[in-house]
Design a protein around this ligand. Structure first.
Ligand code: OGA
Ligand code: MN
Length: 200
């Protein structure tokens, strides 16, 4: 895989990595089309936080809509198959280096409509340490005034902002799920992405 050394170094030193080149333009466009199609056929639903929280509480924590990737590989679009193969390859490359024991993937398309945000959190349900790597492929270009940046905080000093990443079609963000707090700032226009987790 191209960029593997840079990816390993970044995950080791900063716990996250951003790439504008790992995913081709063509694949990013095809996945964006798929997200829009799913949106138009009403496949997106209000996202949930944890498992037993009420919807009212959810809305104060996150306001995005999600469309989960479900079913057999053979039933997915070619674009989604290609993306899932890329993730499978990523797993094979990183497992032996970081001893992550990744075996499976779960993921969803996400849509942050105007005003939607996701408060600071880590990508782990309490007491269930199965998510190893968070991988987000951005499918919208957000300009300076569009909001929707993801803010990454320091893994120990959780109030210290480490970086802000602006969504851009085809931009990939990979980070260690375990203990990296992050949040999505309010988006002022629709913000599409494909978000998932490589799990042990
Ligand atoms: C998430 C999340 C960040 C983003 O879905 O858990 O943190 O930039 N998403 O979409
Ligand atoms: Mn998250």
């Amino acid at each position: 895989m191209q960029e593997l050394d840079a990816l390993i170094e970044a995950l080791t030193e900063k716990r996250y990595y951003v790439s504008d080149t790992l995913i081709s333009n063509e694949l990013a466009h095809a996945l964006k089309d798929e997200a829009q199609t799913r949106f138009h056929i009403g496949d997106f639903q209000e996202a949930k936080v944890g498992r037993q929280l009420t919807k009212r509480l959810d809305e104060r924590i996150r306001g995005d809509l999600t469309s989960w990737i479900e079913g057999d590989m053979a039933n997915h679009s070619l674009a989604l198959q290609q993306y899932l193969k890329f993730l499978d390859n990523l797993k094979d490359q990183l497992n032996p280096i970081f001893y992550l024991g990744i075996r499976s993937y779960e993921g969803h398309f996400a849509c942050y409509d105007e005003g939607a945000f996701y408060r600071k959190h880590v990508d782990q349900h309490r007491g269930r340490g199965l998510r190893r790597l968070s991988v987000i492929l951005y499918l919208s270009d957000m300009s300076n005034d569009d909001g929707g940046e993801v803010v990454i905080y320091h893994h120990q000093k959780q109030d210290v902002e480490v970086t802000r990443i602006r969504p851009k079609l085809g931009r990939l963000l990979i980070f260690l799920s375990e203990d990296l707090p992050h949040e999505v700032l309010p988006a002022y226009k629709a913000r599409l992405s494909l978000t998932g987790w490589l799990r042990a």
